[in-house]
Design a protein around this ligand. Structure first.
Ligand code: NAP
Length: 516
């Protein structure tokens, strides 16, 4: 079995890379939208005493790693970008991955943050030293001491590959959508795709066109809506360049349009029946075969899982070289995926390539196992015992001076995560600005405040389509608790985060640090 390497080391020889600082005020982890955005805003606020760790060779986070064919954003680009770095040149309503990756690279360069970034440098363990009120961060290139640690490591960074019995015996090639093996030519191959989520529906049409045979293993049929993508005309681009206010207006319009989905998702899930009708019509128009159509018909309320957008997924599955298998996978052999038919028979599906579109470790982020609070307990232990939770999805009781971006209950099912990230960065900057003014060396949220915040969130989530829509999704943890999504409109979140309220925090005075 060949598995594509996950993270390439930096292109430069280790000694050619700038030395890692031994001490900084702020240490940022990751260079996706979250880490880069933090670095840019720090610089804009005049902060220079910071460093950014990046285990890969270039910036871009999930938009660097996910290079599978057909990868694109299903949130319009004019909203899925930094408000402080508008791009009038987006070529399409929903930009393809290379364009988003190039945007992040260009923005990092333009705002001068690259000299702060240490590529090929992975956080191995971060331990809080409460005597000195600092984080001691062990990396693959040495130790950095930081007063504040900002994790922008993201929820979609660790691929999830199911432990299928026999997978290690498979003699063909396997890879995950996030680590696409571009060297592996799919022409004429018999390819298995496992998973039918947002990633799979984007690459399945590409695979179907090249492979001799595509066998798609579907556990749950997703809802698929028409994808209203279009090229942005040269005139529009010229107008956005000449009149930036027009682009802002366009962005605001997209924002309002996307927020209106919340009425169905969270306020009146029954309204989703209207969208379901559109999606069913889409399915009927694109899949003439009633047996296949039945297999592809979702059996839960639309919105419970992420709503997928595609115009070429259903047509690809209707081609003679494609098959959709809904029987459960029993095992993998040297050259086949084996399923169990409804009558109990073993059915072998011969394949030479297996592509996993099986998503990411979202509700159990591996970074949590690498971060240890003052009492030596890891964030993972804390979350295993008390559930994944944070105050505002950013700070965690018992973990001083730790800020997690896109943390618990700040994911979105309807609009741009970049909007949430910017709100969170503003909150972190607020804390950083207040701490010296207040003479505070460390801040960690009060447990009672954090608990009240989460109790309120869970109450709001109870009736939403994500919790009550009749599906099982990674939005919910193993106890059925929704620890991933923000329950309501995004504006109130931004408002709440516009001010860092130190009364919600336990603090230690600066003298603790100077005494150390
Ligand atoms: P995903 O949404 O988690 O989908 C994973 C798929 O794999 C699901 O169909 C799941 O089936 C299936 N699966 C998982 N384990 C399996 C197993 N053991 N056996 C059979 N099937 C299994 O992952 P994703 O498609 O990579 O998307 C992840 C997230 O990335 C999205 O929700 C979205 O936030 C983001 N994304 C965004 C875009 C965009 O355009 N902005 C594009 C791609 C991805 P079940 O449904 O039965 O669990």
């Amino acid at each position: 079995m060949t598995i594509h390497a996950q993270h390439q080391p930096g292109p430069q020889a280790p000694d050619a890379r700038p030395a890692l600082p031994t001490r900084v005020r702020v240490l940022v982890v990751g260079t996706g939208f979250a880490g880069l955005g933090t670095a840019i805003r720090l610089r804009q606020e005049g902060e220079r005493d910071f460093a950014v760790l990046e285990r890969g060779a270039t910036v871009g986070g999930t938009w660097r790693d996910n290079s599978y064919p057909g990868c694109a954003c299903d949130v319009p680009s004019h909203l899925y970008s930094f408000s402080f770095a508008p791009n009038p040149h987006w070529s399409r309503a929903f930009s393809p991955q290379p364009e988003i990756k190039a945007y992040l690279e260009r923005t990092a360069e333009q705002f001068g943050v690259l000299p702060h970034v240490h590529f090929g440098t992975e956080l191995l363990a971060a331990r809080y030293d409460d005597v000195a009120a600092v984080w001691r961060v062990e990396t693959s290139r040495g130790v950095v001491t930081a007063e504040v640690l900002v994790l922008g490591s993201g929820g979609l960074s660790e691929p999830s590959i199911p432990s299928l019995p026999g997978l290690e015996r498979f003699e063909g090639t396997t890879f995950h959508s996030a680590t696409w093996d571009h060297e592996h030519d799919l022409t004429g191959r018999r390819v298995a795709v496992i998973g039918t989520g947002a990633s799979a529906i984007q690459f399945v049409p590409h695979v179907q066109q090249r492979a001799a045979r595509l066998t798609l293993f579907q556990r749950t049929a997703p809802w698929v809506m028409p994808r209203r993508d279009r090229a942005i005309t040269a005139l529009e681009r010229r107008l956005f360049t000449a009149v930036p206010a027009l682009q802002k207006l366009n962005r605001a319009g997209i924002y309002v349009g996307r927020e209106s989905w919340l009425i169905g998702f969270a306020v009146k899930p029954r309204l989703m029946a209207i969208a379901e009708r559109i999606a069913r019509l889409h399915l009927r128009r694109q899949v003439p075969d009633p047996v296949l159509r039945d297999r592809l018909t979702p059996r839960f309320r639309l919105g419970c899982k992420r709503v997928l957008l595609s115009n070429d997924y259903y047509p690809a599955l209707s081609q003679p070289n494609a098959e959709v298998v809904t029987d459960p996978i029993l095992e993998v052999t040297a050259d086949a995926v084996v399923t169990r038919a409804p009558d109990g028979r073993r059915l072998e599906h011969p394949v030479d390539t297996i592509i996993f579109g099986t998503g990411f470790q979202v509700s159990d982020p591996p970074i949590a196992a690498r971060v240890y609070g003052p009492d030596g307990r890891s964030l993972k232990q804390e979350w295993v015992e008390n559930g994944m939770a944070a105050l505002h999805g950013i700070t965690m009781a018992g973990f001083p001076n730790l800020f997690l971006l896109v943390g618990p209950n700040t994911g979105l099912g309807h609009t741009s995560i970049v909007y949430m990230i910017e709100a969170q960065i503003a909150y972190v900057l607020g804390a950083l600005a207040q701490m010296p003014v207040l003479g505070v060396a460390s801040v960690a949220p009060r447990r009672d405040v954090q608990d009240a915040w989460n109790a309120d969130l869970q109450e709001q989530l109870a009736g939403t389509v994500w919790n009550a829509g009749g599906c099982s999704s990674w939005y919910l943890d193993s106890n059925g608790r929704n620890t991933t999504l923000w329950p309501t409109f995004t504006l109130p979140y931004r408002r709440t985060l516009s001010r860092f309220d130190v009364t919600q925090y336990e603090t230690t005075p600066v003298r603790v640090r100077s005494a150390a």
